[in-house]
Design a binder for this molecule. Structure first.
Ligand code: GDP
Length: 193
């Protein structure tokens, strides 16, 4: 099922977002290479939607995609590249922190984690940051096609206990075989009522 998705605009920081329409925002964060662009393309059924924005040199910017004229997907810059995070307090950049704390329309954050790897210190710091600011979030475990079903469920359980979360907080996804797509939209439906 295809959904209407259009690249809207890129922003360097929240002060540039004044003219953004008053629609709910769903943000996606994760380390560089976690699979964020691929997942956004899979969710929207728009091959190249997120990658197109990267090609235009927008990887360090906050990219907005308008979905079904109802809400925005907000693609936050991947963290973990030392050059991008040097000199900042949180390690993922002031612009991201400022956006997460101050965006009035932010409704949910998806933290992307590669199912095969233990979360990095930055991933854990991001989770704690969201918890400390009472920002609702879920974990999207990415690239689950790389593991067997049993392994994925095993890793999911480990991830949940490592992060102190419930199993339901962690959604298994794959951009390759589209696993988890319906789960994500079910969560969005609950979130956006
Ligand atoms: P980003 O830096 O977080 O935007 O990550 P990308 O979407 O660019 O993906 C990083 C790498 O992981 C690329 O080589 C992708 O092809 C690969 N990748 C992303 N998602 C999946 C997935 O669901 N399955 C598999 N097998 N590879 C994936």
């Amino acid at each position: 099922m295809s959904i209407q998705a259009e690249f809207y605009k890129s922003f360097a920081n929240i002060s540039q977002m004044e003219d953004v329409k008053s629609m709910p925002q769903i943000a996606f964060v994760g380390r560089s290479n976690a699979g964020k662009s691929s997942l956004l393309n899979m969710l929207t059924n728009r091959r190249g939607l997120a990658i197109t924005s990267q090609k235009a040199g927008r990887t360090r910017l906050i990219n907005f995609f308008e979905i079904k004229n109802e809400y925005y997907f907000v693609d936050l810059p991947g963290y973990g590249y030392s050059s991008a995070s040097k000199g900042t307090t949180q390690g993922w950049g002031e612009a991201i922190a400022e956006y997460l704390v101050n965006s009035k329309h932010l409704r949910l954050v998806f933290i992307l984690l590669d199912i095969r790897h233990d979360p990095s210190q930055l991933d854990v710091a991001m989770l704690h940051f969201l918890q400390s600011h009472s920002i609702p979030f879920r974990i999207l475990a990415t690239k689950c096609d790389k593991l067997s079903r049993a392994q994925s469920h095993n890793h999911r359980q480990k991830l949940a206990s490592f992060l102190g979360l419930g199993i339901a907080d962690i959604i298994l996804t794959s951009a390759q075989n589209r696993q988890g797509r319906q789960d994500v939209f079910d969560i969005l439906e609950q979130t956006l009522v």
